[in-house]
Write a protein that binds this ligand. Structure first.
Ligand SMILES: Nc1ncnc2c1ncn2[C@@H]1O[C@H](COP(=O)(O)OP(=O)(O)OP(=O)(O)O)[C@@H](O)[C@H]1O
Ligand SMILES: [Mg+2]
Length: 374
């Protein structure tokens, strides 16, 4: 558990702005961030992370499948342990409970479009339409990617429109509503984790950028261009798979394997019988080849290179991962630094640089709640 001591919070106590929370509920841990606005700047008040493994009788770092009541209890615990002082919040929706897709539709007026979207959405979602909530955004044509039309007879301004389709399973909305009720929160929105990361991680600019969220049970990749999500993709392997592989190969407990993974990462040790680097690389190579495929596909289709890759999620703290990623993708790779979007006391700089990648979603949610309350 990490949190800023009370004495630091007291520095900001004269502030009149209202505090807000971003709550990111992942399968392996909950991350929370509390912000406040002062003179137009977002100020960090506190933050904290709580591993969920122990709530399910599992080790730290493991993915869990807890009941809504257990999750609500964990939220209460992390807020208490972090000394959070507000209940005004935004909560994440896991990418696995959503579908975000970029579709092309005939150019029709707004009311026709509203009727057309659910019919279109049906083609993409494997569950009945009554089980989901649908939202969409028409992408202005000058934000569309001109090269997509290069080999086509169609002129971009004619006939079709580009729509970002966002579908969320009602169960995920209901879960957040119930957590809000039990934990006595005042939640004004639930947001798919993708959008939280985009808000807190990306640079400004027009060149395409990629975010890799390396979590416990899965790895998520997003490509964003001109602030618009263009590709999202989920790989069903994550950092927990490395731990389990080390545990199995070396015949040690999952706890020991987790510790070894965090201590050693991809660093090599001479004279070792079983090279941990090799075990770790098996999972990483699988994930990286999938990421590489998505990256190359996008570059080929759009004839533009990805300018930068941002690493987020607890799994990217693996020592040597950034360097391996840069060599594999041949693109500049940086650790996400979402705390750079907020102000905090200078002496926390090193700690927050290190913790940053884990808190991308929580910070993004808190930043939105802050905007909403202006
Ligand atoms: N220092 C570290 N070195 C290597 N791995 C680490 C380190 N710290 C945390 N991890 C790994 O990060 C993973 C948790 O990442 P994160 O908190 O982003 O996942 P999550 O949000 O709960 O899950 P997901 O993103 O899969 O939905 C765990 O598997 C853990 O072992
Ligand atoms: Mg996560």
């Amino acid at each position: 558990m990490i949190n800023i001591p009370d004495f630091i919070k007291s520095i900001f106590s004269s502030d009149q702005g209202k505090s807000v929370l971003g709550i990111d509920i992942g399968p392996s841990s909950i991350k929370i961030v509390q912000l406040k606005k002062r003179k137009g700047r977002a100020i960090l008040e506190t933050y904290g992370e709580l591993s969920l493994g122990p709530y399910a009788g599992l080790e730290i770092g493991r993915s869990t499948n807890l009941t809504t009541e257990q999750l609500a209890q964990a939220v209460v615990d992390v807020l208490r342990e972090s000394n959070a002082t507000t209940n005004r919040s935004g909560i994440s929706i896991p990418m696995g409970s959503s579908l975000v897709s970029f579709i092309k539709l005939p150019k029709v007026d707004e009311s026709q479009l509203a009727q057309m979207i659910p019919l279109e959405a049906r083609k993409y979602i494997p569950v009945p339409i009554s089980e989901v909530s649908i939202d969409y955004l028409v992408i202005p044509r000058n934000d569309s990617i001109a090269s997509e039309y290069q080999n086509s007879e169609e002129k971009p301004e004619e006939k079709t429109i580009d729509v970002l389709l966002v579908v969320i399973h009602n169960d995920a909305m209901a879960r957040n509503k119930e957590i809000t009720r039990i934990a006595k929160l005042e939640t004004t929105f639930s947001e798919i984790e993708i959008f939280g990361s985009m808000r807190s991680v990306l640079d400004q600019g027009t060149a395409p950028q990629m975010i890799i969220d390396f979590g416990s049970g899965s790895t998520k990749i997003y490509i964003v261009e001109r602030g618009i999500l263009r590709v999202s993709h989920m790989i069903s392997r994550g950092s927990q798979d490395i731990t389990l592989a080390i545990s199995k190969s070396l015949g040690i407990s999952v706890d020991e394997a987790e510790k070894m993974k965090r201590e050693r990462g991809l660093l090599k040790k001479e004279g070792e019988q079983m090279d941990i680097n090799e075990i770790t690389s098996l999972t990483l190579d699988y994930i990286f080849s999938e990421v590489g495929r998505v990256l190359l596909n996008y570059q080929k289709k759009n004839e533009r290179n990805i300018s930068k890759v941002f690493l987020t999620g607890g799994g990217v703290l693996l020592k040597g991962l950034r360097e391996k990623a840069e060599t594999s993708f041949n693109v500049p790779v940086v650790m996400a630094d979402p705390f750079s979007k907020v102000e905090f006391p200078a002496f926390l700089d090193a700690v927050l640089k290190q913790a940053g990648p884990s808190f991308s979603v929580a910070i993004g949610l808190a930043l939105r709640r802050l905007q909403d309350s202006e």
